[in-house]
Design a protein around this ligand. Sequence first.
Ligand code: SAM
Length: 329
Amino acid sequence: MTANGDPARILGQYESYPYPSLPEDGKRYSELANLVRLFEMECGYTFANKRILDVGTGTGLRLLELASTYPNNEYLGIDFSEPSIQYAEMAKKSYDDTSVSFRAIDAAKLNTQEFGQYDFIFCMGVLHHLENPRELLTTLSRLTTKNGAIFFYVYGEYGSAERMKRKRFLTHFHGEDATHAKIAMAKTMGFTDFPYGWELRNQQDVDAMIVDAYINNYEVLYTLEKIHDIIPHDEFSTWIPFGFALENNGVLVESRLSNDNKLPLPRATPEKFLTSLDLRERYAALPKRQQLLLLEDWFQPSGYTVLLQGGDFLSQLGNPRRLSENTWE
Ligand SMILES: C[S@@+](CC[C@H](N)C(=O)[O-])C[C@H]1O[C@@H](n2cnc3c(N)ncnc32)[C@H](O)[C@@H]1O
């Protein structure tokens, strides 16, 4: 929204409002664990004996939940906000026996000499805060093993209209800064409900969610074409739009996963839009890129979960079909 992508402004935001907020007792942030569960089930990936890196882990709550679901891995979560990492260390105490380490460091400083390489890297909700996301993706490509992959999540332009309207509303009254005043006004205006991805797990601790969703110092909204433009194609041979975030839920792009399991499985598929045989045939004849762009128009994502692979990641999967068929060409 604002033109100022100075990293110090983003750092300041997450130092003052570590994200996500600590949940009330018993509540969990299970999104990352669910993403991996679905990925395992559908694609036949064994999420064990791996080195996992979470870049921009924030308060680490999603990573801790992943690590307690899949304990037989080595995990590192990094974030440049020291207070976020302090929260993460504190939260870790209520998770027994997790092999998770946290470290406060700027992602731009990650390097193979010191950190080695990782089988899987997550970078969820970070790239859209950077002025030069391609640079970070290049750094991460070096940190990924030959058979490794990266999942990242960025905000979507088409599905963010209401959130942006609220954000502009606060800015009209208070300008670019004045975070406290904006939080107070957001509460008065009832901007305490959030689109999918910002589920509030602690009613008392709503400020960090308001800041992240409605005040955010710097964010860039993406489309599939814009995502393609930030990927360093020399480093990554393939990228796949894995999921879309919608207003109220997440959908798997063209998933063929059966419904015989306990996880909710909404999908982004074209059937309901292809209302005649002629349309179905024309759609089937389109190149994959056009099909994905149509899905994007139909579903209007507010966010994208993307899978990136540089080497032979897909070849080690038991069932790579959905991914290989939905690769962006
Ligand atoms: C929206 S939060 C996402 C937190 C977590 N990944 C999640 O999905 O809940 C973005 C995080 O990225 C971190 N971040 C942004 N730029 C960074 C950088 N250059 N190096 C390390 N962390 C960064 C912020 O401090 C913040 O904690």
